[in-house]
Design a protein around this ligand. Structure first.
Ligand code: ATP
Length: 320
């Protein structure tokens, strides 16, 4: 059984189309990142999955339960942890009191352990909490009933780097115990760090869904090269070279071609320095965000479908 499954999920707010024909599956035990620019439809998707809003069309299940069937969904929610983007709390109560209240409602199997990890100031009234402390409290509430599926809307929002790191470690540990995660994010490094797969949504449409490694692999590598003498794009008329740039004195370019061909080509130069690194995450994702990447959903797209090869990104390209 899939942890989440949607088919042609669509939501309109009046005339505003928020999500359109979203079909995707989140497998049990995976960490799935849901990315997209502001207003893309991430929160709408999450709220629909949790039954807070009715889909206009299409269907969805969480933990096998239909999200439009209230009784069915209540059953599923016992095993779901939800971290909203902006948790609204009763400001006049202490964190400890709120944890106790939630424990009575949905069981408390691990708040002591979670308080050690996330450490919100539970003795104080929530009205006095900083944004980060609110988020830490929300994390305790999300995980205290030991959920099987955790849905989070921008989970590291407001957390300092140390606490972010602690959350990433925690997600990894939980995944090892079999927990499934579905969360929205704007932070590409965190997606790289913890996600197995990503779905990218733009203008309410899913534009790609694939493994993080596959996405980065097919986006190619960035090559930095320094040679004796100067280089210009005409010198690198080689298949798979894109975005050739010599603005910092040395040459750099994105490369999606064959390494043997690149090494053969380099034989004609006296190479002073050569560095080949993973494509910058921003480059990979931004091409999907601004619509310049070819959609792909199967993760096995060939080099001709790489974001680096879209027309808008080929300034200075020297493909043979
Ligand atoms: N309650 C609402 N009424 C009308 N339109 C809405 C409502 N909520 C969201 N929208 C619209 O639906 C679209 C998707 O919004 P949504 O909040 O789902 O995007 P998002 O990807 O979560 O954005 P962000 O990254 O900024 O949080 C946007 O055009 C937004 O203006």
């Amino acid at each position: 059984m899939s942890a989440i499954e949607t088919e042609d999920l669509t939501k309109y707010y009046g005339d505003t189309r928020a999500i359109t024909d979203l079909s995707f599956t989140v497998r049990e035990g995976e960490v799935f990142g849901f990315l997209g620019p502001n207003g893309a439809g991430k929160t709408t998707t999450i709220r629909t999955l949790l039954g807070f809003i009715e889909p206009t069309d299409g269907s969805a299940t969480v933990l096998g339960r239909d999200v439009t069937d209230e009784a069915d969904l209540i059953e599923a929610k016992r095993r779901i942890g939800y971290l909203p983007s902006d948790p609204g709390f009763d400001e006049g109560v202490t964190g400890r009191r709120l944890i106790r209240y939630h424990g009575d409602l949905k069981s408390d199997e691990r708040s002591d352990e979670l308080l050690e990890i996330f450490d919100p100031p539970v003795g104080r009234e929530i009205g006095e909490y900083s944004t980060g402390n609110r988020q830490k409290l929300a994390l305790v509430l999300t995980f205290m009933h030991d959920p099987d599926l955790v849905i989070m809307d921008e989970p590291t929002s407001g957390l300092d780097p140390l606490m972010q790191e602690r959350l990433y470690d925690f997600i990894e540990d939980e995944q090892e115990q079999g927990t499934t995660f579905f969360f929205s994010s704007h932070i590409l490094s965190e997606v790289r760090r913890v996600c197995d797969r990503v779905g990218i949504i733009r203008n309410g449409h899913l534009v790609t869904m694939e493994g993080v490694e596959e996405l980065l692999d097919r986006s190619g590598k960035r090559v930095h090269i320094s040679v004796e003498g100067s280089l210009d794009p005409g010198d690198f008329a080689l298949a798979g070279v894109h975005d050739f740039d010599t603005s910092d004195g040395d040459a750099s370019f994105m490369f999606t071609g064959e390494y043997d061909a690149l090494l053969d080509h380099l034989q004609q130069y006296r190479v002073r320095d050569l560095e080949i690194e993973e494509a910058p995450l921003e480059d990979v994702f931004m091409k999907f965000y601004d619509g310049k990447a070819a959609p792909s959903g199967n993760g096995d797209a060939g080099a001709s479908e790489t974001p680096a090869e879209t027309p808008a990104s080929t300034g200075g390209e020297t493909d043979a």
